[in-house]
Ligand binder design. Structure first.
Ligand SMILES: [Zn+2]
Length: 274
């Protein structure tokens, strides 16, 4: 079922192409877009979605020749939402291995100690990434058995991703478990993934998947996403019943939801380095 996994973003930017909009444009406006016919659609609608961009959804029998006119008429809306999508996308990467990065929206700094560059790390001669003695409160040292001068940045990024995945599994897992316990939710399993388009999802069987990139976000946004996915174990869609559940647990859920549009700014470029 297509709706089995519901995304945080799904439908957030959806808006109906209203025939009451009267914006007039002389120059042909042709942004990049895809067109799809949906059996459930009642009228032509526009959507701007992460990973997909602008999508025009036609009801059965609608004439595709009408699309240019619809794009033209909704130019302002399209530009606004494409702009917002660009802002919310993962940053394009500089191909350099990081020396430090921040978790929890800057609350926790991870300082990297590479092979041959840190006397303490050298003395330990370890083969696996792992913690060193923390230099100060809020700063953690992480040893990486790589040399930033000799090893490819992509190789280092991969090792960091694996480290962060385990970190996320343990810390997000603990938080999800205690939120579920506190509010009487039941989920069947937790998986941690790296995704560019969604922060979490919940399957119809109650399995929750969380994006490891959540670890970069401020604690209030992490909690928001965890609660959002837990609410899906009771309500699979984003309808009224869903929001009622969420508001009962988080009165400022709408503010958090709005804040999520810019959440990618917390995620460093190396995360998606290939
Ligand atoms: Zn959702």
């Amino acid at each position: 079922m297509a709706e089995a996994a519901s995304s945080i973003f799904g439908g957030v930017f959806a808006a109906f192409a209203s025939r009451f909009c009267t914006a007039e444009e002389q120059v042909a406006y042709a942004p990049e877009h895809s067109v799809r016919t949906s059996a459930r659609a009642r009228r032509i609608s526009l959507r701007v979605l992460p990973g997909k961009g602008l999508e025009v959804v036609l009801p059965p029998g609608a004439d595709p020749a009408r699309v240019p006119e619809v794009l033209q008429r909704h130019r302002q809306w399209i530009e606004k939402h494409l702009g917002r999508l660009r802002e919310s996308q993962p940053p394009a990467g500089a191909r350099r291995a990081p020396h430090e990065f921040a978790l929890l929206g800057g609350r926790e700094l991870i300082r990297l100690a590479y092979k041959n560059t840190n006397p303490q790390a050298l003395a330990e001669k370890r083969k696996q990434p792992g913690p060193l003695t923390d230099p100060a409160p809020g700063i953690r040292s992480l040893y990486l058995p790589f040399s930033p001068d000799k090893d490819a940045p992509a190789l280092i990024a991969r090792a960091l991703r694996e480290w962060l995945r385990e970190e996320a599994r343990s810390r997000l897992g603990t938080q999800l478990h205690s939120l579920a316990l506190a509010h009487g939710f039941h989920y069947t399993r937790l998986s941690i993934r790296y995704q560019k388009s969604r922060w979490g999802s919940c399957s119809s069987k109650g399995g929750i998947s969380l994006n490891a990139c959540l670890m970069f976000l401020p604690a209030r946004l992490i909690r928001h996403i965890l609660l959002h996915e837990l609410c899906h174990t009771r309500v699979m869609n984003h309808g009224q019943a869903f929001w009622k559940e969420l508001f009962a647990l988080e009165s400022d859920a709408l503010d958090r939801d709005r804040e999520m549009r810019r959440a990618w700014k917390h995620v460093p470029a190396w995360v998606f380095m290939e």
